[in-house]
Design a protein around this ligand. Structure first.
Ligand SMILES: [Zn+2]
Length: 271
């Protein structure tokens, strides 16, 4: 059972879709928004990044539902049909392997699947307050925002990601990621390019980067497996793959998540 803690807080049992949905909503309700934005900001300019903020942001319009599937259920693999509402299988689960931990807790991956999201929110909800957000973390966030604002109207997100190689934070971050990879502490190896992609995709999930038509999870409930894509060649996740320079920053979404941080108030002057 999902709530059976007799084998520890991260049981290996499988869940049904409906159990996972219920648990996610309980976890989301008891979560502290500031804790999740702190986790995100405090990891920005460090060799590892926690993926909890993306998982938490995906829950904003997540609603209670039972597994819905309108097609004919295949006899050979009845459990493996994706829910029309959230995209997840009828049953699923996770194992608390070090690799699972590293992918979501150190590598910053966004937990699109509800079973992985249960893992991430469980783990993050009970995490101690993250270490203090350093001036360098705020400076890196501000620098990313300024590069996004400086993009040409038709620029795609990849163009901004490439330009960020000239940002002040880029080389020191690259050095610290390389040193961390060498240390062998994480099973997953990161790169600065992957890190930037994760950060920009997370800014899409939380509603800060989107296009006018494709606005994403901050605004509505969306099946994570049925998101549109502007091109078959896009290797960016929704909705940031639709973003163009002309779309700029969604300051309402920005304020929803980061409006209380004094250290980021100066960004207001440049809106
Ligand atoms: Zn579902």
């Amino acid at each position: 059972m999902a709530n059976d803690n007799s084998k520890g807080i991260y049981p290996k049992e499988h869940y049904t879709h409906d159990q996972a949905v219920k648990e996610l909503l309980v976890l989301y309700k008891s979560a502290d928004k500031r804790h999740y934005t702190d986790l995100f900001l405090s990891g920005l300019n460090r060799p590892t990044l926690n993926g909890g903020f993306g998982a938490y942001a995906l829950m904003k319009n997540f609603t209670e539902h039972t597994h819905v599937y309108e097609g004919e259920i295949p006899k050979d693999y009845p459990d493996m049909v994706g829910c029309e509402i959230c995209g997840s299988y009828l049953t699923g689960g996770y194992t608390d392997w070090p690799m699972t931990h590293d992918i979501y807790m150190l590598h910053g991956n966004n937990a699109l699947c509800i079973y992985d999201r249960v893992y991430v929110l469980r783990k993050c909800n009970v995490l101690d307050k993250p270490s203090a957000i350093k001036p360098q973390d705020f400076a890196m966030f501000a620098e990313i925002i300024s590069f996004l604002q400086a993009a040409e109207p038709k620029n795609k997100i990849q163009t901004v990601a490439t330009k960020l190689k000239t940002a002040d934070f880029y080389q020191p971050l690259t050095d610290s990621i390389k040193a961390h990879n060498k240390s062998g502490v994480s099973m997953v190896k990161d790169t600065t390019a992957l890190r930037i992609k994760t950060i920009l995709e997370t800014l899409g999930l939380c509603g800060i980067l989107h296009s006018e038509e494709q606005r994403g999870f901050f605004f509505e409930s969306i099946n994570v497996n049925k998101t549109p894509s502007p091109s078959s060649k896009s290797n960016w996740y929704y909705p940031v793959d639709f973003w163009r320079g002309q779309d700029g920053i969604d300051w309402n979404a920005f304020d929803y998540w980061f409006g209380d941080y004094e250290e980021l108030k100066s960004l207001r002057n440049n809106r």
